[in-house]
Design a protein around this ligand. Sequence first.
Ligand code: 26Q
Length: 782
Amino acid sequence: MDKELFIEKFTGKLPKDIKSASPQQLHDALGKTVMEMFADRWDNARQQHLSKRRAAYLSMEFLVGRAVYNNLLVLGIYDEVDEAFRELGIDLASLEEIEDAALGNGGLGRLAACFLDSAATLALPLDGYGIRYKYGLFKQSIEDGFQKEDIDDWTRYGDPWSVRCDEDTVLIEYSGQTVKAVPYDMPVFGFRTENVGTLRLWQAEPVKEFDFDLFNKQDYLEASREKIYAEDISRVLYPNDDTDEGKKLRLKQQYFFSCASLTDIIRKHKARFGTLENLADYISVQLNDTHPVISIPELIRQLVDNEGFTFEKALEMAKKIFNYTNHTVMQEALEKWRTDLVEELLPRIYSIIIQINEALIADMYAAGVQKEKTDRIKIIKGDLIHMADMACYASSHINGVAEIHTQILKDSVLADWFSLAPEKFRNETNGITQRRWIALCNRELSSLITELLGDDNWINVLDRLRELVKFADDENVLRRFIDIKQGKKQQLADFIKAHDGIDTDANTVFDIQIKRLHEYKRQLLNAFSILWIYYGIKDGSIQDFTPTTFIFGAKSAPGYRRAKAIIKFINEVGRIVSSDPDTRDLIKVVFVQNYNVSYAEKLVAAADVSEQISTAGTEASGTGNMKLMLNGAVTLGTFDGANIEIVQEAGEENNYIFGARVEDLEKIVPEYDSRSIFANDPMVKKVVSSLIDGTVSDGGSGDFRELYTALLDGASWHAPDHYYLLGDMRDYVETKLRCIKDYSADRHAFARKQWLNMCNSGKFSSDRTIADYAANIWGIKQ
Ligand code: 26Q
């Protein structure tokens, strides 16, 4: 980078008195400068992508987080820009005030962002398509222990990392409404390559801004109606990451970006080839869960209605073009749309879905499939359209996101489809990008790795970390590793103090659980274990407990009552242990506010222990587990999702695994009686009873009693203790206590385990995942 030129361009965009510039102004000027500097590179890469077979990743969520630091890092100009800033007397760290782009809920959205990073870095022609929500995932604060939500206006101070492309606007038609989809493109810079991917996010706008006739007739509200109604479509990200509420606006969102993206793909193809006959040879479309599955009838609609293809030919092409990834085994999350809703909003799409359904039934008949089975897998069942069945029927490849998850898909969730088309199924174990999740967020540990390996090409080839296994018994290296971890813990403690106003002690064990709040992820079990330890210290059954800070970061869907009650409960447990002089120096509970990508970067680097405690068989994969491992944390977890593969790579002896496994649960569940555990294990009884015995307060809402009842009596929609908290509790606490004891008993032996986790995390690079998708699903090349 030419530093002088950079400074000239950059300062040209700032007020004369640079020191008076606000972080927002600095960010805007920096973003624009970098975008200018790399505009040609991006242009070239775009042309390249269009010249060969390429893939498109369709996702309702891209949880990209903060762009600025990551872009500087991957462009290889971080240090130079940092230096230039210092010469100018300004601080690069002040840009921490810039909002995260939280255009996703959690794992599925963050995975999409990691995939784009990896594909760009591997010089693969992959581009993302999604929605440019005006408001991302809500901003969370904690008040009196309760979650409060506020809007997340992420572009409040501008968005220098996007380019609006009016010329590629698409018109989207619903019955009774037409809106514009205007694309905003974000560059996805590859690391050490000229390749740049594009994330194209569509924004909804009215065809007509304002109706002057109505205005003149003094109907002011009506004059702006069309605008408001259009903009509603991309106004806000749905904050649910599980249950399908079947909301009309969400269906509109799905159709909005599916139609816009396919139109874009078709336009570009036609511009290059003048025909669509060879479309399937040049494009592969990945459907990120069922959310974009309406793309299937939409592609067929465009081919048939606009391009003169027969339905049969269009369906055959769709089957070649689409692939489907499933991210969850929860039945509630498999999307189903009411036929009358789809018919009312998208009549033509509805008629095509009927045709696809008929084609499916005819195919099954011809193949001699029994009627009962066809009835189970057909797309329209009763008055519901089953999006996962449509995806399975019209996709070339179907994949799960970890070995165990893919097995569960084959055995149960999609068993009928597996029996009909086993060749379509693949496993693609998730991964994370090591650029953001260590090189950027843990520069200290990265420097040590680079020094020991002699160069930094591990940032492209993460498997090279294995070469560091030999240092596991090197006192000196371990000492430095421990010091780095200590430094990251102190940085986190300082940040928590500044951000949340809470004191923590970096000399304690940092035990961290960060993920969306869900019953199946069992944050409640973690809270119970802390209470257990508290009571154990009080009654003397637990002695010499090593001081530990239990850190939680999680957002609950705003309408998910139990999850919100669990947040309050965690904070109540925190209050109890901190207000008791017997424990206040031993246990600290911190629930950080507004956990997001940027907070995650600080938390993963500082963790000693990674809590991954979902009920076996419920977490499809998990990706936070990989981030914590990569930064040298041990996993305290169940045999679930990618934990299984983590332990396979890093060794069971270097992690802390507990609890029932899927095969155990299959036997246990039919006869499971949480009440008998409650009655027979006094400590289980004591901690669970705390929900209702006056120990803690839910502010009079009755929510804690509801949690209690759910554990012991169940509810109309589930059996008692559906997620097996009581069953796993004793083993969990014992394993946790052993883990914490190991930490203080021999800090070096524990650091050795942590080190070995880092060394063996190479498999979990999303570079590996993406290389596999590229070779085996998309058929795209560098
Ligand atoms: C569906 C219908 C209506 C409204 C919302 C939804 C919805 C939205 C988001 C359903 C699911 C999601 C997100 C799911 C998700 O993040 N799953 C996670 O995906 C990760 C990446 O594969 C896995 O690692 C996690 O295990 C899985 O929970």
